[in-house]
Design a protein around this ligand. Structure first.
Ligand code: CAA
Length: 293
């Protein structure tokens, strides 16, 4: 906010991450186009953003009038076409390479020359996304952490073709959002998920093999290692489907069995127990108790 000029950003995908990213940009004075082909997803995203901005007002980080203005800066869209006028797109669709490549192909046709095409991918190669857009110089990873309004880090991923100008603009934008950019090279899982996800996967193995209950595994990491939440509660927050996708990307990318997804993780995803978003994962939500089955 403050002296930062108004600029336009497009967010593709209104899931957990897309809506958090849209909220943070609107909070900081950007005009936001939030696109998603599913009307129900868009309206639940707008409700969640409204609640998120109310939370910022309650915490006195925004004046009530600014909260209303920020919500008014977000334009929901069912198509990508309004992205024609944006300076920056942050792609935040599901963690699927074919889907992301399809979106990058469309953005390539729609966006103005010079627009930055950023991806919030948590593990997919930026080079593979850049080759779908034929704009490697403007393609960059802008990896936000969940919950987006709270977490300080944005992992900035430099693809092999990402230009210096794009990188420095990305650093500037991230700082303008009140977050800290940390730059890494393009590699499966980058740094964040290459380190975090094997830990989560190993925690799932501990439950799978009966070494400990979910509650005890989490208690050990919280009380013993001072993690703010246990790895299984964190997996539920991230989404077990996202965790599985990231493990698959690590396994495919390195061809190393140390990244083999735990069978329990796979079976929970197959059963539709994806964590908080479905009300059931390693814990049940609303009523949060450890799973006993
Ligand atoms: N949205 C917005 N704000 C939220 C929030 C949400 N979903 N959840 C919590 N908060 C806010 C609270 O309002 C509170 O704000 P104030 O400090 O201003 O009061 C603050 O966060 C702390 O919340 P709580 O006191 O309710 O709970 P807590 O202290 O247990 O913190 C937490 C909750 C911030 C989620 C904390 O447990 C935490 O940091 N957990 C680890 C999260 C993490 O590791 N995220 C990265 C995941 S990996 C990833 O995202 C990358 C990937 O590719 C998978």
């Amino acid at each position: 906010m403050g002296n930062q000029p108004l600029r336009r950003v497009g967010i593709a995908g209104a899931g957990t991450m897309g809506r958090g990213i849209a909220q943070v940009f609107a909070h900081r004075g950007w005009q936001v186009v939030l696109s998603d082909p599913a009307p129900a997803q868009l309206s639940s995203a707008m409700d969640a953003i409204s609640r998120g901005l109310d939370r910022e007002v309650r915490k006195s980080r925004l004046a009530p009038a600014q909260g209303i203005e920020a919500l008014g800066r977000i334009e929901p869209a069912s198509e990508l076409s309004p992205m024609a006028s944006v300076d920056l797109v942050v792609e935040a669709v599901s963690e699927s390479l074919p889907l992301k490549r399809e979106v990058f192909g469309q953005l390539n046709r729609i966006c103005r020359p010079g627009a930055i095409l950023a991806s919030n991918t948590s593990s997919i190669s930026i080079a593979r996304l850049a080759s779908a857009s034929s704009r490697p110089g403007e393609t960059v990873g802008m990896h936000f952490m969940n919950p987006v309004p709270v977490m300080e880090l944005v992992e900035v991923v430099r693809g092999p073709g990402t230009s210096r100008d794009t990188l420095s603009a990305t650093h500037r934008i991230v700082k303008g959002l009140g977050k800290t950019p940390v730059e890494v090279n393009d590699s499966p899982g980058f740094v964040s998920n290459r380190v975090l996800m094997p830990m989560i996967n190993e925690a799932v193995f501990c439950v799978h093999e009966g070494v400990g209950t979910a509650e005890n595994v989490d208690a050990i990491m919280k009380l013993g290692m001072k993690h703010p939440m246990g790895p299984l509660a964190l997996a539920d927050l991230i989404g077990l489907d996202v965790c599985l996708d990231i493990m698959e990307t690590l396994y495919d990318g390195f061809r190393d069995t140390k990244y083999r997804p735990c069978p329990l993780l796979r079976s929970m995803v197959t059963a539709g127990h994806l964590g908080r978003k479905t009300g059931r994962g390693f814990y049940r939500y609303g009523r949060r108790v450890p799973e006993d089955s």
